[in-house]
Design a binder for this molecule. Structure first.
Ligand code: DX5
Ligand code: ZN
Length: 220
């Protein structure tokens, strides 16, 4: 994969929430391609982050696409509000929607927003096989969602490989995103197995040189 085809999506979960506007502006200046926004409801995952107002507020600080990863139950109740707030991508968990996933993806598309499905590390990727062609992006979680700073689960490389195969066999343009535990070692593996959108929280926000961290994640 050529580095110009790799997109870097810093996760603002690791940013300083008290100065989010500044953090987001800095990410754009330092070369990020999109802003990954982790929305958690304390029900689907054991943590609570932020919601619709945060998306609307950070939208004023960047022209980068906002990649909204909804870790919430009943996302169909909220996707319209996230779309109006300025989400450019909305990804929903298969585990939260199950048989309703395609309906919610279509709901997102009808709002003029790019859509994607997400699977947890222990979800069989063949369950989403028929959904992939309806998605602008598929997100493979390489940690169990809820917290930044966890270790990459290597068995999720198989899920990446599976999705990559489906995308290639069907000549799709679907982006393949990886999220969780990405560092300068695991990013190489993720790319090797097909990821082209790289989410990173801790690796970027704790780096002494954040620009260099983004550059390395793109080129390594
Ligand atoms: C985890 C979130 C991730 C997280 C990644 O539930 O979906 O986006 O912020 O953080 P790092 O890169 O620190 O693992
Ligand atoms: Zn995420």
């Amino acid at each position: 994969m050529k580095s110009e085809n790799i997109k870097i999506a810093p996760s603002i979960l690791s940013a300083d929430f008290s100065k989010m506007g500044e953090e987001v502006r800095l990410m754009q200046t330092l070369g990020a391609d999109m802003i990954h926004c982790d929305v958690m409801d304390g029900v689907f995952v054991p943590n609570i982050t932020f919601g619709i107002k945060m998306i609307a507020d950070i939208k004023k600080h960047t022209s980068l696409p906002l990649d909204c990863h909804l870790m919430i139950v009943n996302p169909e109740k909220y996707v319209e509000k996230f779309a109006k707030a300025g989400a450019d991508y909305i990804t929903i968990h298969y585990e939260a929607c199950k048989d309703n996933t395609l309906n919610v993806l279509n709901q997102i598309k009808a709002l003029g927003v790019k859509c994607g499905v997400v699977i947890n590390p222990d979800t069989d990727p063949s369950l989403i096989k028929d959904l992939i062609c309806h998605c602008d992006m598929v997100l493979i979680m390489s940690v169990f969602p809820g917290f930044g700073g966890q270790s990459f689960i290597e068995s999720t490389l198989k899920s990446l490989q599976y999705v990559k195969k489906v995308v290639d066999e069907n000549n799709l343009n679907t982006l393949i995103e990886i999220d969780g535990g990405i560092n300068f070692e695991t990013v190489r593996l993720a790319k090797k197995y097909g990821a082209n959108v790289i989410v990173a929280g801790n690796t970027i926000f704790t780096a002494t040189d954040r620009k260099d961290a983004i550059y390395k994640l793109r080129t390594l």
